[in-house]
Design a protein around this ligand. Structure first.
Ligand code: SF4
Length: 167
């Protein structure tokens, strides 16, 4: 069995999903299947609810954020992620430009009236916001779901920037 080399310093990352279908999360999990032994020694996954029950939002190097922002508590959580992360990366179209998660923003008045009770029931904000409408973003990985090659490129860049290597 291949024993992964452990880097002296690991990249502290978090993966966060807001309002969306979470397909980029599935892509990330699939990428992990392919890269597990390489990443095990390089990544310290501090926060990823899709992977573990106990999560910590503390001093992250990079936060990957998927989905659009539809409630005030989500906006507050996103601000907290920004506060605890050196870099924030918007993942996929919903996080970058809101669509398709933000479809209700462009509904006509009739449709908006029809869904009004749902907006109130689930305490949604009047408008769906993109990630960068709420916090400053350092990078964007486009696609619906995200383009794998772009994710790998950005991750490699941050590994270098934060001096993480198992060479
Ligand atoms: S960008 Fe596409 S794949 Fe990603 S969450 Fe939105 S709808 Fe789903």
């Amino acid at each position: 069995m291949l024993i992964p080399k452990v880097a002296a310093k690991k990249l502290r990352i978090g993966w966060f999903s807001f309002t969306c279908c979470e397909d980029s999360t599935m892509i990330w999990i699939e990428l992990m299947n392919d890269n597990f032994f390489k990443w095990k020694g390089l990544l310290d996954i501090r926060h990823a609810k899709v992977l573990k029950r106990k999560n910590r939002l503390d001093n992250l190097d990079v936060a990957f954020v998927e989905g659009a922002i539809t409630t005030e508590p989500d906006a507050k959580m996103l601000r907290s992620i920004r506060e605890h992360s050196k870099r924030v990366v918007a993942i996929g179209s919903c996080a970058i430009n809101g669509m398709p998660a933000a479809q209700r923003n462009v509904f006509n008045d009739e449709l908006k009236k029809e869904i009004e009770f749902l907006i109130r029931r689930f305490k949604q904000t009047d408008r769906v916001r993109t990630v960068k409408e709420v916090v400053q973003v350092d990078d964007e990985i486009p696609g619906c779901p995200m383009v794998e090659a772009s994710f790998l490129q950005v991750l490699d860049r941050y590994l270098k920037e934060f001096g993480v290597t198992n060479a």
